[in-house]
Structure formats: C-alpha cells, structure tokens
Write a protein that binds this ligand. Structure first.
Ligand SMILES: Nc1ncnc2c1ncn2[C@@H]1O[C@H](COP(=O)(O)OP(=O)(O)O)[C@@H](O)[C@H]1O
Ligand SMILES: [Mg+2]
Length: 1068
C-alpha cells in the first residue's frame, strides 16, 4: 500500500516508511501468526496475547511485502497479480530512492536510514539480495543514468565511500591499507560539520563500479567480522555518495552528500539483560544506536517545544492585546518562560549521531525506512520499531541547496581574472608602458588560470586513478568468477545473510594447507576463533576432494567432529575452529539448479544441535508441530550454541580457566503446581581448576559475551601495543562473585494436609536437566498448636471441614542423601529453601558443609488461624517446593528473612493471614463439597493424561529404539519430558481419602521404580530392547494399580456425597 505522489520537497519533516517482510523459516516452523495489517497509510499491530489490543500508526509510506508475491524466472519477487498490494523492490525505490536522488540532484543533502530488528529486512531494502536489488544499487544506477543524460548542461563528479561503525570505531571498508588501531577519527570542521578524517573517497563514473566497490566493502566487513570475532548485526554500515555538479556556464556548483545507512539491529537498543548483571553492558556496543534514539527523542521534544513556544507566543500576544499593555512586556514574558530554555540534542555523544547530525534536524532531506517482522513472536520488537518510527517522523530539517567553497573559489578566481584582463586591456588602450605592473598582472592571471584548470583536472586525474584501481579490482573479481566455474571451493556462511558467500576459497588440484598461515603459494588463509596456523589440509586429486584436520584442530563435517581424512561431497557443511562455518561447493559438474540458500547459518547450527541430541523433531511428541514455546527454546539454543563455543575459545586463549556449557532448564522445577513443558536456557560456568560453578541466565551470558569480545579484541586482536594487563576482577567479564546455586527441587504435595493426614516422603531432588541431585526425606505432620502430632481420629473425611478452622502442621526435613553436588567436590555445602503459601520470603535450613549424606532434623511449624478458601485450594492442588541450594567455598550462606513474618505464641509461623471469616456455614458446605468433587474430577483427568503421556512416551521410546542405528542413545530430551511429567503424576498421588491414601502408597512405590528405571549407559541394542519390554511391563502394572485406586476413589466419593446429601435432607 503506497501513498504515491507525496512530494519530498516542501516541508522538510523526516519522511518515514514502514515495510513488512515475509515470514522466515523460523517463524514458519513456529506456526507464527501475522499480527501486522495495513490499510492505506495506516499500519496496525495486534498484541498476540490480547487480540483486542491493537495499535494503529500512520506513516508517509507503508509497504506490504509479506504476502501476495511469487518469484519469477529471473528470481525477482513480484506481485502475484497486477495491481496487487505486494510492494516489490522497484516500487519501494520509486517512492523513496527516486526522492533521495531528485533531492541530491537539486543540490540538497539527502539521507536514507534503515531501522529495525536484526533479520527484519533492513539490508534487503537497502542493499538487496541477488536479483532483488535494493535501494542503494538502484539509486546508483539511476544516478549515473541522470549524470549521463545531463552531460551537456553540467559536469558531475561522484565520490563513493563506505564505512562501518562498530563499537564506536569507524572502519573504512574501502581502505587499501590495513586497519588502523582504534579506527578512523571523526573531526569537526566549521564548514563541513563532522567528517571522518582520512576516509577513502573513490571517484566513480558507473553503477558497475559502485557495485563492485560495495562488494569489496562487504568483503572487508566479512573478514573483519571473522577476524575480530564481531557480530555484524551490531554494526552500522554507512555509504556516503558525494555528488558535485558543476554548471560551468552559470558558474554554479551544487554539492550534495547522500548518506545511506543500514543501522545496527534495533533489538540491541533495549538493554539485553544487563540490568540483571553486575557488569553493565559494554557502553560502546549500544552507544551509537542509543544516542540516535536520544537524538530523535530530543529532536522530537524540540519540535514539540517549538510548537508549544509558538502557541505560547500567540497566547501572550492575545493577552497583551487584551490587556493593552505594551508588547515588550509580552516578549519578556515569553523569554522568561521559554525563550531561555535550551533543548540539548546530544549529537556529540556518539560517532553515528555526529555523522548524521545534518540528517536529523539539520541540512538534509531525510527518509527512514523501518522494517518489521510480521510474526507474533516479534510483537515487542515490532511495536518498539513502530514507536521509534513514529517519533522520527516528527523531526524537522532545514535543507538548503549547497554551494561549495570550490565553487566560490572558482567564481572568485574567474571574477578576479576578468578584472585583471580588463585592467590589462585598459593599460594597453591607454598605451601606458607600465612593464612591471603588466608583468605582475600577467603572472597573477596565469596563476589563476592554472588554479582553475588544476581544480578541473584534479577530478579527471582522480577518476583516472580510481578507474585504474578499479580495473585491477575488476580483474580479480572476473578471475574469481572464472575460478568458480572451474574448481570446487568453500564459501563462508555468516549469521548475517548479507555477508554469506562473500569469501570463497578455491581448492584447485593438489594439496592445500588451510589455516592462519599465509606463507606459501599452496596455503589458503582463514582467520577466526580457534583456527590454528595450519588447521587442515585439503586435497583435490582425481576429481575427489577431501579434508584432513591437523591433529588438535577442530573440524566438523555435517555436524560430526572429524579427526581423520574425510572425503567431501557437494554441499557438505564444514565448521572450522570455534565457529568458522563454510559450505563446500563441489565440481561444476556436480552442481545442479538446487537452491543453496537453505544451507544458511541456522541450518548449520541446527545440525550441530542435532548432533548433541537436541533437534526439532525431539520437541514434538506426536505428528503435530512442536509447541511454539519449545521451538523458541530450540532457537535460543542454536543461537547461543556458537556463542558458547566462542566464549570457550576466548576463555582458553585468554587463559581464563573457565568453561561454559549450555543447559536447558526445566522451569517446572520451581513451579509449585509442577507445570509441564516450560523450559529455559541457562549457561553453566565452571572454573576448571577450583570447580567453582556459576549459573548465568541467557541475558546475562549474551551481555557477558559482548564484554568478552571487547576484552578479546583489546588483548588478542589488538596486535602490537595492545593493552594486555589483566583486568581487575570487578571488571572481568569472565568472573563473578560466588553465589549459592539452585541445584534442583523436590515437590512435596500438600494435599494430605487438607485431610489432616501426615505425609512421610522420600522425594527425589531433580536438577534442571532432570538429573537426580539428592534424595530428601521429609514429613508434613498435622499437629496441635503446641506441636503434638494429631492422631488417626483427627483425619477428615471431608476436607472442606477444614474451612474456617485452625490448622497447624510441621514441616520436618529429616535427611538428605546422595548429594551429587558434594560428591563432586567435598569443599561444598548445601541448604534447603522453601516457601509456604503466603510467607513473604523463603526460609532456609542452616548450611551443612562437606557431607554427602546429611542429617538435617529441621522442623518448622506453620499455623493457619482460620483456613481460608485460598489456602484450602492451595493445599489441594499445590506442592511445597523444596529447593536445594549449593554452597561453595567463599560464597555467603542463605539466610531466612523474618521481616513481615508473624508468629503465634508457640513460635509457629502464621500463614493465611488474610483469612475471610465466613466459611463454615451450612450453605457453603454443600457447594464446597461439590467444588472439591470437581477438583477431584479434574485431578482424575490429569492423572489419566499423565498416564496416557507415559504410555505415549513408552511407545516413542520403542520407536526410537527401532530406529536407533548406532546403538548410541542420547536420552536427554526424554529425560526432560520424564522429569517434567513427574510433578503432575505426583500431583495426583495423594487423593486424600484414607483408603485411597494407603493404596496410593504402593502406586507411588511402583512409580518410584519406574522413575529410577533407566537403561544402563552401556546398554546395546538388545539391552535397550529388554529395557523397553521391562518398562512396558512396569507401566502396565502401574496403570492397572492406578485405575484400581481411581475406581475405588470414585466409589468412595460417591458414597460420601450421597451420605452428605441424605444428612442435609436433600433426598429425603
Ligand atoms: N521484503 C522481503 N522480501 C523477501 N525476503 C526478505 C524481505 N526482507 C527480508 N528478507 C529476507 O530476510 C532475511 C533477513 O533480511 P536482512 O535484510 O538481511 O535483515 P537485516 O538486515 O534487517 O538483519 C534475508 O534472508 C532476506 O532475504
Ligand atoms: Mg543487515
């Protein structure tokens, strides 16, 4: 949907366009929903969690590139039907690119910014992919077309520069010399404003030349990214085109700067979790984008302020007129209230905003294209992009046609010459013999003419030099294209699709060393984390290509680590070092029309994750699509996986002695209802020597990884003179003070308390990945206010009798055995934490150190003075989560905080403080009973589901067993599921009535056996089969016992209900 005919000229507000792209593979896999809709110039975004909640924004242009398109035979994405709503690259250019070009040709500065989260289509719009050329190449094409068509009226000079801002450092992407440490300097000049000192400006006279310069720039960007271990989504790419038009006849020169900016991914602008971290995010990482946001906000505030000021002025004048006082008083008033107030726009705070100063509230005509993902999972990011764009459109610029100093100089020189000539001719006419004066005049004249000519020829010279340079460049590129048609090669695959396929290394006949070393004609040089001097050897003999990793070097082919020679097939995936991802392209005869683009970065990472036993298929339990939240965890996992590998490599190179490992945390662990499926990713950090352990959240790890890169770049990549002093601990991203570690949890289901039945349990403390961390023996003992255990006579047949009555019970933690945490390192300790109902803070047992099996004997009493409905429901359906905390030498112990905790006279902790009083009336009782019956029914249903899930899991196990080819079973995925089911099974375990309670004890025993029943690590195929058979038998037995219990329970409840009703006379 486009608003055509909107003139760029006129008011110089920043024009804002919004474009929405098609779903990508991840989004399609996740079954995403499109939450963006467009009508005319309006764009609406719907909150996926609350579909009634939708926000509408209006922009100058809106582009629907999400659907209604197909790929034509040239590979172009075009609208499926003529006049369809799909906005292709050409129509985006027509509105935005053409406007920029027209403005530049008129002599205005023009800026085009692309803003949006990573992967939302900024580079697609700006640069484009393959035949779908973006705004920049098309703009250059049209620019040179115009230059040629206007040749008669003016001479045009075009200079092209390309730079990158990464970490506040300016990198010249076209520089011929190697990168200077610290990057190029940004300087300020009265006339030019801010500029990059020493930035290469290449004179150009054709679009092909520009295209190749861009290719060259992208190549530098790619190699810099691998070399520096930097992430391109965090860098800003700027192209500056300087257009100079010399109208010799009119003695006018127009000059304009076109800034084309592909900004860093906007998701970085918001904090990436650093608020939860001791170390704040590396300030430089975000600085440019944050400052851009601040500038836009300030410029926006400034506009509002100006508007407000204007209104106030009008108001003042009205008041003045009304009161017939003199006008100067009013001016003073306006001055006093507003005039002196200065709105500070923080251009100077970052490199990017310095360079874009004129684009934002200055001398430029500016357009911003905000790109969006249409998917529900990107709601937050997309909304934030729209808000940003909304602010940007209020910025006003003051663009003027530029007259350059050269033009003035030429004009002045020419005027001076004219004057000199006139004087000379007058002298001649007057016949005066003033030799000296004439000589001086002639000298001046010649000097001036030379200067004029020099100015004109300088361009020609520059252009010639650039063309020569370009020809060599062009020859290299043509050579590369020829090689591609002759030899097999490997090409880089980058996380940023824009940088993929940029580096190609040809494997010609013979043997080729690949690695850091570049010292022989038979070596292929690659850089990156974990790459050795000589990393591997490629061999191309008799039309077969193979790779042999040098011992000790990391090489992975198609997800599998290799240490010996292996033959490569067309489209094999190679990972060299920590994360050097390459696609092998076989001999031309092996290549087909197949689309290689599916072998993108995600493909590589998914393959690696699958090799670790974590694959998409393992997330779905049936023929259905995997749960979207699990998919999100999967994608988080594959996103973090290469980062963890890199962090490990950096730790190794910097001798930090810590190891990072990804863990999938089951959140059911801390949920008192034991909700299934919720999972999250965490990173376990272990000190190799001291065995100290830290757990970092995903956000914290991402933040730390940025900081590690900074340190790494300073200390390793920085080269000579780099600062290699060890960092003080408080600034070291690899280090953290030790904290108690949450090792795992056990669930003690509270239901028995509602019946005042004591519960004695041996519960398994399950770790985040389903591992058994310890066995905890605990009791829940209903007792008298003074702590004496209640007897059998106090058991309630109908738990609702508890409502409104006093309930006292003790939690007894008897002992904790088989502590894995302490077994691993004896200098460790543990504590157990728990939080009951509305207790404000968790309570902890005293710390016990150095013991694998501990006698805790910890007893706490709780009292509900009048049991409320809330507490009653809580007891029915929740568990007491007993958290096992690991202590390490040097970390402080956890202390129970008793603030806000009320106690009875007998030192029992009061829970259920806001208990409503009126609960035990006869009317409510009936309904309470039926509500508890309802709960029982629900529980029953859950129980059945759990049983069904177990059976299903068993058959899945069978299938896996059948399909197991290597006899190697990685059962992590299953363990997780099994782990997550456990609480729900347990939840059903104690269904209150005495008989049921007792029979459930034996069911529980069976369940425990089932849980512990795991195949042995070394089990072969036969062993596994036996295991499955046994498992099936146990399950069947379990299921029968369960059914029996449930039937008895149903009958019992029915009897109770009938008796109650008979008592209350309903049936009489
Ligand atoms: N309008 C679009 N039509 C088709 N594909 C698109 C479109 N926008 C983006 N894409 C695809 O989405 C992926 C990410 O886009 P890209 O422009 O590289 O994102 P960004 O630069 O914002 O990180 C690329 O593979 C690109 O081809
Ligand atoms: Mg990009």
């Amino acid at each position: 949907m486009r608003a055509r005919g909107m003139e760029m000229a006129g008011k110089d507000c920043v024009k804002v366009a919004v474009r929405v792209r098609p779903f990508n593979k991840r989004e399609r896999d996740a079954g995403s929903r499109c939450i963006i809709s467009m009508t005319s110039n309006n764009i609406s975004i719907q909150d996926p969690r609350n579909p009634q909640n939708s926000r509408t924004f209006t922009f100058d242009y809106t582009y629907w590139s999400h659907s209604g398109f197909s790929r034509n035979k040239d590979g172009l994405f075009v609208s499926e039907e003529t006049g369809g709503r799909y906005a292709d690259q050409a129509s985006v250019f027509l509105d935005l690119g053409q406007g920029i070009l027209d403005n530049a040709l008129q002599g205005y500065n023009a800026t085009l910014l692309a803003y949006g989260q990573t992967g939302s289509g900024k580079s697609y719009s700006m640069v484009g992919y393959g035949p779908n050329k973006g705004l920049i190449p098309t703009l250059c094409e049209r620019l040179f077309q115009s230059v040629r068509s206007m040749q008669d009226s003016r001479q045009c000079q075009v200079f092209f520069s390309m730079l990158e801002i990464y970490n506040e450092q300016v990198v010249d992407l076209l520089s011929k010399t190697s990168r200077s440490a610290g990057g190029l300097r940004v300087r300020e000049d009265q006339q030019r404003g801010f500029y990059v000192e020493g930035l290469r400006r290449v004179p150009c006279d054709s679009a092909v030349q520009v295209e190749q310069l861009m290719e060259q720039g992208t190549r530098t960007r790619t190699t810099a990214a691998t070399h520096m271990n930097a992430n391109s989504s965090r860098s800003h790419m700027l192209i500056i085109i300087q257009l100079k038009q010399i109208f010799s006849k009119d003695c006018i020169t127009k000059q304009s700067n076109i800034y084309l900016v592909d900004l860093a991914g906007s998701e970085r602008q918001r904090s990436s979790g650093s608020e939860a971290d001791r170390l704040k995010e590396g300030t430089a990482i975000n600085l440019s984008l944050t400052t851009l946001g601040n500038v836009i906000r300030s410029a926006d505030v400034y506009q509002i302020f100006r508007h407000f000021q204007c209104c106030l002025w009008k108001l003042c004048i009205s008041i003045v007129l009304l009161l017939h006082t003199n006008a100067s008083g009013a001016i003073a008033l306006a001055d006093m209230t507003l005039g002196k107030k200065v709105v500070h726009i923080p251009y100077r705070d970052s490199v990017l905003t310095k360079l874009l100063q004129s684009a934002l509230g200055g001398n430029s005509r500016t357009v911003m294209i905000a790109t969006l993902s249409p998917a529900d999972i990107c709601y937050e990011e997309s909304l934030s992009t729209l808000r940003y764009a909304e602010r940007a459109k209020r910025i006003q610029n003051k663009a003027v046609v530029n007259e350059s100093p050269t033009e003035r100089l030429m004009k002045e020189l020419k005027a001076e010459n004219a004057k000199l000539l006139l004087r000379l001719s007058r002298m001649g006419q007057e016949g005066r013999k003033a030799d000296d004066e004439t000589k001086e005049l002639r000298r001046l004249l010649t000097h001036n003419e030379l200067q004029i000519r020099a100015i004109q020829t300088l361009w020609e010279q520059h252009l010639q030099e650039a063309l020569k340079d370009w020809e060599t460049q062009y020859a290299t590129i043509t050579q590369e294209r020829r090689m591609m048609q002759m030899h097999p090669y490997i090409m880089n695959i980058n996380e940023d699709a824009q940088l993929s396929g940029v580096v190609k290394l040809f494997i010609q006949e013979g043997e080729w060393d690949i690695g850091l070393a570049d010292n022989s004609p038979r070596s292929l040089c690659i850089r990156g984390l974990g790459i050795q001097e000589k990393h591997a050897v490629f061999s191309n003999q008799q039309r077969r290509v193979s790779i042999t990793p040098v011992s000790g070097s990391k090489a992975i082919v198609n997800g599998v680590p290799v240490s010996k020679r292996i033959e490569l097939q067309h489209l094999d995936r190679l990972v060299l070092g920590s994360n050097g991802t390459y696609l092998f392209i076989g001999f031309p005869s092996e290549r087909s029309v197949e689309d290689w683009s599916r072998y993108d970065y995600d493909y590589f990472q998914s393959e690696l994750a699958a090799a670790e036993g974590f694959h998409i298929q393992s997330l779905s339990t049936g023929p259905h699509q995997p749960d979207p939240s699990l998919l999100a965890v999967f994608y988080d996992y594959i996103k973090l996986m290469p980062m963890v590998t890199e962090a490990n490599q950096m730790s190794e190179e910097l001798k930090k002695g810590v190891e990072f490992k990804l863990e999938i945390k089951n959140l059911a662990m801390s949920d008192s209802k034991g909700h299934d499926l919720e999972k999250d990713i965490a990173v376990r950090v272990t000190s190799v020597e001291s065995k100290q352990v830290w757990m970092w959240s995903k956000a914290k790890f991402v933040n730390r990884k940025f900081l590690m890169e900074e340190v790494y770049q300073q200390q390793v990549v920085g080269g000579e003179g780099a600062d290699r002093a060890p960092l003080p601990r408080d600034r070291d991203p690899f280090w953290d003070p030790l904290e108690p570690l949450h090792l795992g949890s056990a669930h003690l289901w509270l239901q028995s308390l509602a019946f005042r039945i004591p519960l004695e349990e041996q519960v398994e403390v399950v770790g985040p990945e389903g591992t058994e961390e310890a066995i905890l023996q605990a009791q829940l003992v209903p007792c008298s206010p003074t702590g004496l255990p209640l007897g059998e006579d106090d058991i309630l047949i109908d738990p609702s009798e508890l409502l409104g009555k006093r309930l006292d019970f003790q939690l007894v933690l008897d002992q904790c055995c088989g502590l894995r945490w302490v077994k691993e390192a004896r200098n460790r300790g543990v504590q157990i934490g728990f939080q009951v109902f509305d207790c404000p803070q968790p309570l902890y047992t005293p710390a016990v150190w150095h013991n694998v099996n501990l006698l805790l004997d910890h007893r706490v009493q709780f009292t509900a003075l009048r049991t409320s409905q809330e507490l009653f429901s809580y007891l029915q359906s929740n568990a007491l989560v007993l958290e096992l905390w690991g202590l390490q030498e040097g970390c402080s112990e956890l202390v129970s905080c008793m603030d806000g905790v009320k106690m009875t006279q007998e030192d029992s902790i009061i829970i259920d403080k806001i208990s409503p009083s009126e609960h035990s009336t006869a009317e409510t009782r009936g309904s309470d009973l039926s509500s508890s019956l309802r709960t029982l029914h629900q529980d029953l249903e859950q129980l059945r589901n759990a049983n069904a899930a177990l059976t299903k899991e068993n058959s899945a196990l069978r299938e896996q067993l059948n399909s197991a080819r290597n006899g190697v079973e990685n059962n992590r995925g299953r363990q997780e599921r099994r782990g997550s089911l456990r609480p729900s099974c347990d939840a059903e375990f104690a269904k209150a009535l005495k008989v049921f309670y007792h029979s459930m004890t034996s069911v529980r025993g069976q369940l425990q056996r089932l849980r512990r029943h795991r195949p042995s690590e070394e089990a072969d195929l036969l062993g596994l089969r036996l295991f499955v058979d046994e498992h099936t038998y146990l399950l069947k037995d379990f299921s029968e016992q369960l059914e029996q219990c449930v039937t008895t329970l149903k009958q019992d409840v029915a009897v109770i209900v009938r008796r109650k009703r008979e008592k209350s006379g309903i049936w009489s």
